[in-house]
Ligand binder design. Structure first.
Ligand SMILES: [Zn+2]
Length: 184
């Protein structure tokens, strides 16, 4: 299953202090490229898995009938990159973005250029949802108590990292994630 490979990339990305988002490029039923989110590793909020993936393979631009498998519905900027890359017939993802008006706009954009979107089932959906929602909450509320750890790499401060880890260990969700997904 292609989406399982995307999930593995997502978990690998999260182990390196990135968001658990993975993307897979499939051409004629073969995986030709994989990428994970690198916002922590590259210290950039724009290092989204989909864009990193496409930037790696300019030679596949304009090849028809490409398929993208990604753990989270692509954001607007990634959606634009996908459309501009040309030749995609399908975009498949597990988790819908929860920001509704924003996403309805995305889905229409893809439909208008003839790209089919499919939402796939996965046992890891709940895990992905918790993490992504946590991140959104952080952005919405700037709650520094727990979710700071996503940005530790970006902040690049070791003392801050230590303090955040202490806060995380007091949070029950952390226990669950640590046990279930071997975080850290
Ligand atoms: Zn994106």
């Amino acid at each position: 299953m292609f989406i399982e490979t995307a999930l593995r990339e997502a978990i690998e990305a999260s182990k390196k202090w990135n968001l658990p988002i993975g993307a897979i490029l499939v051409i004629w039923d073969k995986i030709v490229g994989v990428a994970g989110n690198e916002i922590g590793t590259k210290n950039s909020r724009n290092a989204h898995a989909e864009r990193i993936l496409l930037e790696q393979f300019p030679e596949y631009r304009d090849v028809p009938d490409k398929k993208l498998y990604v753990t989270l519905e692509p954001c607007r900027k990634c959606m634009k990159s996908i459309v501009d890359f040309w030749g995609f017939s399908e975009v498949n993802y597990i988790l819908k973005d929860t920001d509704l008006w924003w996403c309805a706009f995305h889905r229409d954009t893809l439909k208008q250029v003839g790209i089919q979107t499919n939402i796939l089932q996965s046992n890891e959906e709940e895990y992905l949802r918790i993490i992504i929602q946590s991140l959104k909450n952080f952005w919405d509320t700037e709650d520094m108590s727990f979710y700071t750890f996503f940005f530790i790499k970006m902040i690049g401060d070791k003392i801050h990292k230590y303090e955040s880890l202490k806060k995380m260990s007091e949070y029950p969700l952390f226990e669950k994630l640590h046990k279930q997904y071997h975080w850290l």
